[in-house]
Design a protein. Structure first.
Ligand code: DGJ
Length: 730
């Protein structure tokens, strides 16, 4: 059991292979966070909290009720509330029916059970067997509002990850307004932490940015209605000195695809409080008597040995304890997507000519992207009208799918389910089905409105229309796109007191439709997408085991984007395609070899007009297809190591995969921007030091030398060159 409760010390100790998390119940019922970090071997941890209540201006609790030293402002509260003298950023704010919002959380009892909790209607990590994880539920009462609060902890036995979630049940007879309900609150008794977050925008997602925490609250988040291109819902706190391979690091990753907020409060007494959850801006939940609200899960991970190890923990957890279904374990098909080949200008003949070429090259699935429905010849019309355009596809989706099957390939189709164009039959029939606010003209983005996914009738419609198409044809794969952020967030179906729930309910509606599709079509592979990687988050990964990483398909740019993405998301989740050269986004030319080497770092595919390629490029594709199958195990199931940081070294980048049994190694090295460098060695990691490895030309290497002195990559490279070294244990 990875969770211990010591009745004498009233301390919970949650342990993973290399980390511990400790919580103490004080005699007054307050819960204190004693520790999150290196593994501890005792529950006698009373020296880990501060008994000093007389700091100036800090209110102390009424005498008699509490020890004289207790001040909320100095206590490492396990789940901080508000209004009783804790002035740091808080985790919870509830408003009582009388309009006030003082909360006071006290322990009631707890439950420790084998297996991992799940959360109704919300994605969450899971245990494959009950011995993979244990659950602690701490039941507490807000003695001020009367609400019951449950704190959930999932502790993975073989991964250094601890999950958190929270629910509130209104056990009173009056309504309670939830104004903030974060999913976790953790206190670090130190002030020497760096924060790394991942900013971006369209075509430039997940750029790592690290800075020492200043005093005050440092926060990142999204108010865009989706997790967003702009900041990813993942943050690392690390010791100032921590590197890729050394030092303590903690990760916070929210399993949620909507608005979110991470706050790190370095307060003046020298502690850091980290709080993460749904963004309280424009959020609220009206909780009637008897109702329960669940906040989404945060996955926390810890590494005592650098940020690289933290990433590998997330990779394994998300690959095997978050992604689900048939496609979690089996080899994903190499696909050809027609978007950058034809955009919306295609007919069946053109599509089949690309598919025929693809099948001859060994590509396994054809994906028809945007433009197949309604009157969609550009992006101004037709989203919502999900019936086939027979002018382009006279035999319909079914006819096309059959012809693609006839070529020995699988078939996939694009949808953008959550939006509708004003020029569409759906909008004309149901103008009130969009998110909108009375008397305010709804904004357009990419000529789209947002469908009100908080409404059950809208979700039913979307589910039915998608399911009908999937039933009508042999469809193996769906690309689920979403090309704008939310504005005028109001719903015609909700009463005024529930309008603050709309953005949260919107995400629940999307999750519901995804789940219903997976229930009916369990073998369907759904790829997530949002104008590239605008909704690349663990919430989506629960339904869509791969996500289109970015609309920037340029190989050199993709190195940055895939590097940033790798801090938390596994290679198997990063959809990556070889596209045309010169690249459509950047105009840069790159060799087929480099485009292939970079795209092979993810869920692999092509996105270009294969009928226009030279024989040499086609031969290169044949080899890449073989390599993808050869390297599948090491890339998709292996351990991933970042060897050269492309942001600090603008010239070179290198990364490495090592198979779980250390018998296979794949190193990729790319010259991103040429510089003369006669000598180049790169140290490898994770090998068997006692083993001898052999490359594809029969040259042998000592595992110990590769890790201690490095792999000799010296050579006369040209701009954009790349090399790939595949080593096998002899
Ligand atoms: C945005 C996606 O990221 C692209 O791959 C493509 O599907 C377009 N949308 C189609 O409109």
């Amino acid at each position: 059991m990875s969770i211990i409760f010591n009745q004498n010390t009233k301390t919970f100790l949650l342990s993973t292979p290399n980390s511990s998390y400790a919580v103490k119940i004080l005699e007054n019922g307050y819960l204190l966070n004693l520790h999150y970090g290196a593994k501890l071997n005792t529950t006698a941890l009373d020296e880990l909290y501060v008994r000093y209540g007389s700091a100036s201006f800090c209110p102390v609790m009424p005498s008699g009720e509490l020890p004289g030293w207790f001040s909320q402002d100095l206590a490492a509260l396990e789940y901080s509330s508000c209004g009783r003298g804790d002035f740091r950023t808080n985790a919870m704010q509830l408003r009582r029916a009388d309009g006030t919002s003082v909360s006071d959380l006290r322990y009631v009892n707890h439950e420790i059970i084998a297996g991992k909790y799940s959360l109704p209607r919300l994605p969450a990590t899971y245990a494959n067997t009950d011995d993979e994880a244990d659950t602690l539920k701490i039941f507490a009462k807000d003695v001020s509002s009367g609400a019951d609060i449950t704190l959930y902890y999932g502790v993975f036995a073989n991964r250094d990850a601890i999950t958190r979630a929270v629910s509130v049940t209104n056990t009173t007879d009056k309504p309670i307004e939830i104004e903030k309900l974060a999913s976790c609150c953790v206190t670090f008794n130190r002030d020497d932490l760096d924060m790394t977050s991942f900013w971006g925008h369209w075509a430039k997602e997940r750029t790592p940015e690290r800075r020492p925490l200043p005093h005050g609250v440092s926060c990142v988040g999204s108010k865009r209605g989706s997790s967003s291109h702009y900041q990813n819902p993942f943050v690392i706190l690390s010791e100032n000195e921590a590197s890729e391979t050394a030092g303590e690091a903690w990760g916070f990753s929210l399993v949620w695809s909507g608005n979110w907020l991470f706050e790190a409060d370095l307060e003046s007494h020298g502690t850091v409080r980290a709080v993460m959850g749904v963004n309280p801006t424009d959020f609220g939940w009206h909780l009637e008597a008897g109702e329960t609200f669940y906040a989404p899960e945060v996955v926390m991970a810890y590494s005592p040995s650098g940020i690289g190890e933290l990433s590998r923990t997330y990779h394994k957890l998300y690959r095997y304890n978050l992604c689900r279904g048939k496609w979690r374990n089996i080899e994903r098909p190499i696909l050809i997507n027609n978007w950058e080949a034809t955009y919306m200008d295609f007919n069946e003949e053109k599509l089949l000519s690309i598919a025929k070429e693809a099948s001859e090259l060994g590509i396994e699935m054809f994906v028809l992207d945007d433009g197949w429905f309604g009157k969609r010849n550009d992006d101004t019309t037709s989203n919502g009208d999900w019936y086939v355009n027979r002018e382009k596809l006279p035999d319909g989706i079914d006819g096309l799918a059959k012809k693609i099957r006839g070529l020995g390939m699988r078939f996939g189709l694009w949808f953008e389910p959550e939006t509708v164009c004003p020029i569409s039959e759906l909008y004309r029939a149901h103008p009130d089905w969009i998110l909108h606010v009375p008397d305010v003209a709804p904004s357009l983005a990419r000529s789209e409105y947002i469908l009100d996914m908080s409404r059950a009738d809208v979700c039913d419609y979307i589910y039915n229309v998608m399911a009908e198409t999937i039933r009508s044809a042999d469809i193996d794969y769906i690309k689920w796109d979403f090309n704008r952020n939310l504005s005028e967030v109001g719903s015609a179906a909700l009463e005024p007191k529930r309008q603050k729930e709309v953005s949260f309910r919107f995400v629940l509606g999307t999750y519901d439709v995804l789940q219903r599709l997976l229930d009916e079509f369990p073998d369907l592979l759904i790829e997530g997408c949002s104008g590239g990687g605008g909704r690349f988050d663990p919430g989506m990964l629960y339904y869509t085991p791969q996500i289109w990483t970015s609309d920037d398909t340029d190989a050199i740019e993709r190195i940055d984007i895939q590097y940033g993405t790798s801090f938390v998301y596994p290679p198997s989740s990063m959809s990556a395609h070889v596209s045309a050269s010169p690249n459509h986004q950047t105009g840069r030319s790159s060799s087929m070899k480099t485009r292939g080497n970079v795209a092979m770092g993810g869920a692999f595919g092509y996105e270009l007009d294969l009928t226009q390629l030279s024989q040499e490029d086609k031969n290169a594709i044949r080899e890449q297809v073989k390599d993808y199958h050869r390297f599948y195990n090491v890339v998709q199931n292996g351990d991933y190591y970042r060897l050269i940081n492309p942001y600090s070294n603008r010239h070179f980048c290198a990364w490495e995969y090592v198979s779980p049994d250390k018998s296979e190694v794949l190193v990729t090295f790319v010259v991103m921007r040429w510089t003369f460098r006669a000598v180049k060695f790169v140290k490898l990691f994770g090998l068997d030091g006692d083993a001898v490895y052999e490359d594809e030309n029969g040259k042998t290497y000592s595992g110990q030398v590769l890790m201690s002195a490095g792999l000799n990559l010296s050579g006369g490279y040209r701009d954009g060159d790349s090399i790939r070294i595949y080593l096998k244990k002899k």
